[in-house]
Design a protein around this ligand. Structure first.
Ligand SMILES: [Zn+2]
Length: 169
């Protein structure tokens, strides 16, 4: 899958030249989307853009691999714009949505992945409470609805969970 992830890999290698092997892998379409999400986020300085950038960076540097694949129409049948399968470490996203509207879903699913590999042992509900804090929503909302999100001050417990999810390994 080296060529499929080369776009993202070359983007991130500017930051971490030693990191030879991409840990976020997937279809060419998915990798181009994540690369675009990363570069769009670098060009913005709002809170959510910084979070998207952080989450991609941290997930990419994990020793565990996560794959991302498109699933056009996922939100029509599933009432979710994304899904993380912890058995296969695979993320699906609804590629029928506009690119910008998939960013939060992809960040959301990457946080489920980071929770799993960090062995937080949070329940899905606890994960969603934290995800809502980090990303402004734990469900699907358009980029427009989320524009300008600033998080409330976290409790000490939330703060330590967030730090453990987003620490480098
Ligand atoms: Zn979720």
């Amino acid at each position: 899958m080296a060529s499929a992830s080369s776009v993202l890999q070359s983007l991130l290698s500017q930051l971490s030249p030693k990191d030879a092997e991409a840990k976020i892998v997937g279809s060419k379409e998915a990798m181009e989307l994540v690369a675009k999400m990363y570069s769009d986020s670098k060009n913005k300085d709002d809170f959510l853009a910084q979070q998207y950038q952080n989450i991609i960076n941290i997930a990419h540097r994990r020793p565990e691999e996560v794959s991302i694949q498109s699933a056009p129409g996922l939100s029509d049948v599933y009432e979710a714009a994304g899904e993380f399968d912890p058995q296969q470490d695979r993320i699906l996203y609804d590629s029928n949505l506009s690119q910008e509207n998939t960013y939060n879903s992809i960040a959301h699913e990457l946080l489920h992945f980071l929770s799993k590999v960090n062995k937080t042992e949070m329940s899905p509900q606890q994960e969603h409470d934290i995800i809502k804090h980090i990303l402004g929503t734990s469900t699907y909302k358009t980029a427009h609805e989320l524009d300008g999100y600033a998080p409330p001050i976290p409790t000490l417990e939330q703060d330590s969970i967030i730090k453990s999810l987003l620490k480098e390994k």
